[in-house]
Write a protein of this length. Structure first.
Length: 109
């Protein structure tokens, strides 16, 4: 399943459902197929994501670019692991653009 985050302030951000739901929880939102981050909630959502990224960077050991690390998918397969920072940056940027333009961010399937 794909989740698409949308705002009138910037282009859409598309993510796999499991990744999107993890980021929703970090933002303090319910991990649902549809939702909204209101303009009033944007500063807190941005701060929570940035704090989680900083914590992840501090806890995750540096990996050599030639070394591949894998993680399990929700379906039981495997995929190359991607850091929280790499996954969260596009969403953080969308939230920041939305805050500057006073636009909410919505998501849905």
């Amino acid at each position: 399943m794909l989740i698409i985050f949308k705002s009138k302030a910037a282009g859409d951000v598309m993510m796999f459902g499991d990744v999107a739901m993890t980021l929703m929880k970090i933002m303090g939102k319910a991990a649902t197929e549809r939702g909204i981050v209101t303009v009033e909630q944007l500063p807190d959502a941005i701060a929570r994501l940035k704090a989680a990224v900083a914590q992840d960077k501090a806890e995750r050991p540096a990996v050599d670019h030639d070394e591949r690390v894998y993680e399990k998918t929700p379906e039981g397969g495997k995929r190359e692991a991607v850091s929280l920072a790499r996954r969260a940056v596009p969403l953080i940027e969308l939230l920041e653009y939305s805050l500057k333009e006073n636009e909410p961010v919505v998501w849905g399937v």
